[in-house]
Ligand binder design. Structure first.
Ligand code: ADP
Ligand code: ZN
Ligand code: MG
Length: 494
C-alpha cells in the first residue's frame, strides 16, 4: 500500500579522487606513467615500493596543482599542512600506510555551482580538498577461465602517484545531481590542466556516499559508499539504484547497514563489498619523516593570479560580450580547447562575421563533422583562421550559406582553405544580374501556368520559381539577387 509508506529524502555526499598530472610522483622522483600503456613495475623506486628507511620528499608541483583546485573550488587554502599515515594492510600498499592529509588538508570550506536539467543552478558545498598518494593496482586473473596462471597481479607504477581527494558536503539529493556535480568538477580539473578526467583509466574516480531519511526529519540515516563507478551514467544509475534499494529495505522493516558496496556494471546493481571502517580504525598519526608544509601568502597569490578563466566566468562573458544564449555559451565552454578555438576565431574576425555567427557555425556544423569523423577539436584540420576566412566569403557574398556548408565539409576532409576549394570546384556565388535574369526568363517561359497562377494571387509560388532558378544555377546564385530580380520579372509579366 504505497500511500501509507514513508516518503524519504536522499542525502548524498561525493568523494572524488583525481590523479594529478605531474611529471613525477608525490614523494619520490619516479615518473608518472600511463597505467594502461606502461610495462608494469617499471616506474618504481625504494620510496614508492615502501622499503624500510626510505625518506619521502614532497612534490612541489603537486602542491601547486592542489592549490589550483582548492582556489578554483572557492576553498580557504590552509597554510599549515601536515601529512599523516593512514594505516591499513593491503597488497597494493607496500608500506602498509598511505600518506594523506588528515586533520590539516590544503583546502577547506569551498563551494561549486552546478546546473540542473531544468536550467536552474544549485550550490554544493565542498568540505575539503586534500593531497595524498595513490596505491598500486591489483589485477585479479579470471578464475573461471582456463588459464595457465591464476591469482592476482600487482603493478606498483601507480603507487605514490599524487592524488587529490575532493570531498563534498552531503548537499546532493539525486543521482542526476551527483552526475552534474562530478562532471563539473572534472571540467574544472581539466581547465586547470591538473587531471585528464579519464574515468575508464581510473585517473578520475567518483564515490558517492548515500543515505535516505524520512522527509521532514533532520538526522542522517546510515550511509553506504559506492565504488567501481567507471562512467557518469553508472554514477547516476548506481546512486538511483542505491536510493531505491535503501527505500525498499526501510519500507520492509529492515535497516540499512553502513558498508561499502560495489557497482556491477553489466547487471546494473550494487552489491555488498565490506563493512565500512571508521576513522579510528586507521590509527592516523603525523608522518615523522616529513616536516610540516608551509605555504606562503606570496605562493598562494601567484597561483591564484595564474588561474585560467573558468567555465562559469566564460559563460557569463560569452553572454555579456558576444550576445550568446546561456545554452550556446555552455556548449562552447564545455571543453577548454573548444572555447579557445572559438575565441581565436572571434579574435581573427574583429567585426564581421560576428561571434554569434561563428558560434552557430561551430555548434551546428563543425560539431557534426567532428562527430561524424570522430575527431576532437585538437585533431581537426580546420583552423579558427580557416573558419573565419570561410565566413568572410559568405559575408562578402562570394558564396552563399548552403555552399559554405559544403565548403566546410571539404575543408574538414582535405585541409584545404575555403578560397582554394571555392576556386577549384567553381562554387563562387553568381551575383551577375545579366546571368541570373537570363535564367529567370527561361524559367518563367517554361512554366506559363504557374506564372498565370502566381499573377492570379497564388503568391506562395514564388518559392517554386526561386527553387527552379537556384537548381538551374547549381545553388550558386545569390539568393537576395534572385529574389529581387524574380519579383521584378514576374511583375513585368502582369
Ligand atoms: P569517510 O572518509 O569515512 O568516507 P567522510 O566523513 O569524509 O567519511 O565523508 C565522506 C562523504 O560522505 C562526504 O562527502 C560526506 O558529505 C558524506 N556523508 C557523510 N555522512 C553521510 C550520510 N549520512 N549520508 C550521505 N552522505 C554522507
Ligand atoms: Zn618511486
Ligand atoms: Mg569514504
Amino acid at each position: 500500500m504505497i500511500d501509507t509508506m514513508t516518503q524519504y529524502e536522499p542525502i548524498i555526499g561525493l568523494e572524488i579522487h583525481a590523479e594529478l598530472m605531474t611529471n613525477s610522483k608525490m614523494f619520490c622522483s619516479c615518473q608518472v606513467v600511463d597505467s594502461v600503456q606502461a610495462e608494469p613495475n617499471t616506474a618504481v623506486c625504494p620510496v614508492c615500493l615502501g622499503m624500510p628507511g626510505m625518506l619521502p620528499v614532497i612534490n612541489r608541483r603537486a602542491v601547486e596543482y592542489a592549490m589550483r583546485v582548492a582556489l578554483a573550488l572557492n576553498c580557504a587554502v590552509q597554510q599549515h599542512n601536515i601529512f599523516a599515515r593512514k594505516n591499513y594492510f593491503y597488497p597494493d600498499l607496500p608500506k602498509a600506510y598511505q600518506l594523506t592529509q588528515y586533520e590539516l588538508p590544503i583546502g577547506l570550506r569551498g563551494w561549486l555551482d552546478i546546473e540542473l536539467e531544468d536550467g536552474s543552478t544549485k550550490r554544493i558545498r565542498v568540505r575539503r580538498v586534500h593531497m595524498e598518494e595513490d596505491t598500486g593496482k591489483l589485477t585479479h586473473l579470471d578464475r573461471t577461465a582456463v588459464a595457465a596462471e591464476e591469482g592476482t597481479l600487482v603493478d606498483y607504477n601507480r603507487s605514490g602517484v599524487p592524488l587529490l581527494e575532493i570531498v563534498s558536503e552531503p548537499d546532493i539529493h539525486s543521482g542526476e545531481e551527483a552526475r552534474a556535480y562530478a562532471m563539473k568538477i572534472r571540467q574544472i580539473l581539466r581547465y586547470l590542466g591538473v587531471n585528464a578526467g579519464d574515468l575508464e583509466k581510473g585517473v578520475f574516480r567518483v564515490e558517492p556516499n548515500i543515505s535516505i531519511r524520512p522527509i521532514g526529519t533532520t538526522a542522517f540515516g546510515k550511509r553506504t559508499e559506492l565504488k567501481n563507478l567507471n562512467s557518469f551514467k553508472s554514477l547516476a544509475d548506481g546512486t538511483a539504484f542505491e536510493i531505491a534499494r535503501q527505500t525498499e529495505v526501510l519500507n520492509s522493516g529492515g535497516q540499512v547497514v553502513q558498508e561499502t558496496r560495489g557497482w556491477h556494471d553489466t547487471k546494473r546493481i550494487t552489491f555488498s563489498q565490506r563493512s565500512k571502517e571508521e576513522a579510528e580504525d586507521y590509527r592516523y598519526f603525523p608522518e615523522p619523516d616529513l616536516p610540516p608544509l608551509a605555504i606562503s601568502d606570496a605562493w598562494i597569490a601567484a597561483v591564484k593570479a595564474a588561474l585560467p578563466e573558468l567555465p562559469d566566468a566564460k559563460v557569463q562573458r560569452y553572454q555579456a560580450d558576444y550576445g550568446l544564449s546561456a545554452y550556446d555559451a555552455r556548449v562552447l565552454t564545455e571543453e577548454k580547447a573548444v572555447a579557445e578555438w572559438f575565441e581565436t576565431a572571434v579574435s581573427l574576425s574583429p567585426s564581421s562575421p560576428d561571434p554569434k555567427t561563428i558560434a552557430n557555425w561551430i555548434i551546428n556544423n563543425l560539431f557534426s563533422l567532428m562527430n561524424e569523423h570522430k575527431q576532437s577539436i585538437d585533431a581537426i584540420r580546420v583552423t579558427p583562421a580557416g573558419l573565419a576566412e570561410l565566413l568572410e566569403l559568405v559575408e562578402r557574398r562570394a558564396i552563399n550559406n548552403n555552399t559554405a556548408k559544403e565548403v566546410l565539409a571539404a575543408m574538414f576532409t582535405s585541409g584545404q582553405s575555403a578560397p582554394a576549394i571555392v576556386q577549384a570546384q567553381g562554387l563562387a556565388q553568381v551575383s551577375d544580374e545579366g546571368a541570373i535574369t537570363a535564367v529567370i526568363e527561361r524559367t518563367l517561359d517554361a512554366h506559363p501556368d504557374n506564372v498565370a497562377a502566381y499573377l492570379g494571387g497564388k503568391e506562395r509560388l514564388i518559392g517554386f520559381f526561386v527553387g527552379q532558378v537556384m537548381r538551374e544555377m547549381r545553388g550558386k546564385a545569390d539568393p537576395a539577387v534572385v529574389n529581387r530580380l524574380l519579383a521584378a520579372a514576374l511583375a513585368a509579366r502582369k
